[in-house]
Each structure stands twice: as C-alpha cells, then as structure tokens.
Design a protein around this ligand. Structure first.
Ligand code: IPE
Ligand code: IPE
Ligand code: MG
Length: 249
C-alpha cells in the first residue's frame, strides 16, 4: 500500500455510495439478493480498513428514499438483511469502539428495524472510535427539507427573522452537522451521479468514481481511492498558489 505522504492527506470523513450489488450477482447468474448479501461482507471489510487507517467518520448509503420504487420482494429482502445484519454485527462493532448512527427518515421502516436502530445507537453512543453513519431511507432533498422545516418553526415562533437565516444555520440543522464534512466521496459500480445522497454536505467533497462493483470492493480498492484523494489539491475557491502559501505558513 502506498501511504499518502502527509498526515492531513488521510480524509477525516469518507462517504460511500455502495452501488453494483445487483450487477455483481447478475454477472454470476445469481439472484440480486445474493449481491446484497455479499455487499454486507464488503461493508465489514471497509469498516475494518477505515478503523485501521484512522478515518474518523464513514458514511454509507444503504437505502435511498427512491429505493422504495424497487420490486416489493427486493425491498423486503433488504429490510430483512438490515435487521439481521444489525443483530449480528452490533456487539462486535461496540467492542471495537465504533459509534453507529442512522440518518434518514426512519419512520417508514418496519417496527422491528426501528427498534434495532434505536438499540444500536443507544448501545454505542459513548464510543469514541470510528463514527459509522448509515444513510437509510435517506435523501438529500429530504435532509434539506427537514432542515428548512426546523428553521421555519423558529421563524414562526418569532425567534429568527427570515432575513437573518444564514447558510451556517441551515448547515446546523442538516444531518451530520456535528461531524466534519465528507472529505472524500466514493461511488462504486461505475455510475457517475450523486443519486440524492448528501447534497448539502458534499459541496466541497472530492469525488471518486470506480467501476468496481460494491461486493468486490476491498482494502486495495479503498487504498486506491485514498491515494487519489491524497494527490489532490483542495482549493476551496482560492488559487493554487494561495493554498501553497497557507500550507507553508
Ligand atoms: C446498491 O446496489 C444497493 C442498494 C441500492 C440497496 P444495487 O442494488 O443498486 O446494484 P445495481 O446497481 O443494480 O447493480
Ligand atoms: C444509490 O444507488 C443508493 C444506494 C446505494 C443505497 P441506486 O442504485 O439506487 O442509484 P441509481 O438509481 O442507479 O441512481
Ligand atoms: Mg444501483
């Protein structure tokens, strides 16, 4: 593995769209749910690899607000897989100091899944290792909408004038506001789109796309993404020369 040459070249927050489970299964003439099951193994590998590399936050897109449009049997398998995986993995994650949390509208989930989510979050709330964020029934539009609603409540209550609303106030209501913004976004499976993932939070994130299908994503694939990240200059609107000067200062 080629390590990034500077400490700050390791991203604090990596956000992943885990795509390609269905195609992985299809090319092996297997049913799609086998692809999802293999995808869980890739999650295990990547969580472990992120812990070992000192990454602070890993956000995984597990189910989008649009994925309800899939055939009902596939949605059913996915719900079952979430419940079984949580039941099976939470203890180990807890022992490893991982804090788990979920973002998205959980009210649409079956009661037993909501229960597992609440328990996993409560059990790991004090852990100080990797922050593992699972985006489930998540959509960037939903997130921005719920932030607007929260601010509109404050306006209606007379706490804030509409003209005083700032980007920071919106950012403060958006999911993950207490964590560093994603530094590196990875999408597996070859598509080059955001698919309503973290829209607000990705404003300055470095984007990385790979053809690798999610069930085949491994440590080496993660390291390739980390290496690409480490080779980039993040300018945040400044010139390259300014960035070099700031680094030297
Ligand atoms: C991603 O893999 C997993 C979920 C959306 C839950 P897909 O199921 O989208 O796999 P492809 O894109 O059909 O290959
Ligand atoms: C995005 O993948 C959502 C998740 C990985 C959970 P999709 O496979 O649903 O995205 P589209 O539909 O191809 O954009
Ligand atoms: Mg897909």
């Amino acid at each position: 593995m080629t390590m990034p040459d500077k400490m700050n070249a390791v991203p604090q927050h990596v956000a992943i769209i885990m795509d390609g489970n269905g195609r992985w299964a299809h090319t092996r003439m297997l049913p799609r749910y086998v692809g999802h099951r293999e995808g869980v193994k890739a999650v295990r590998r990547v969580v472990e690899a992120c812990r070992n590399r000192g990454i602070r936050v890993l956000t995984l897109f597990a189910f989008s607000s649009e994925n309800w449009r899939r055939p009902s049997d596939e949605v059913g398998w996915l719900m079952d897989l979430f419940i079984r995986t949580l039941k099976k993995e939470v203890e180990t994650l807890h022992r490893n100091g991982v804090r788990i949390r979920f973002i998205g509208d959980r009210s649409a989930f079956p009661a037993d899944l909501r229960e597992q989510i609440t328990q996993a979050e409560a059990m790991t709330v004090h852990n100080r290792g990797l922050n593992l964020v699972v985006a489930a029934n998540y959509g960037g539009h939903w997130d921005i909408t719920q932030a607007c609603r929260a601010l509109a409540q404050r306006v209606a209550a007379g706490d804030v004038a509409p003209g005083d609303i700032t980007a920071e106030m919106i950012g403060g209501q958006i999911s993950l506001s207490d964590l560093p913004e994603p530094d590196l976004f990875i999408r597996t499976g070859g598509e080059q789109r955001i698919s309503n993932f973290l829209l607000w939070q990705l404003a300055y994130t470095e984007l990385y796309f790979t053809e690798i299908l999610w069930p085949a994503f491994d440590e080496k694939a993660l390291d390739d993404a980390l290496q690409s990240y480490a080779s980039r200059q993040r300018r945040f609107g400044r010139t390259g020369e300014q960035v070099e000067q700031l680094k030297g200062a």
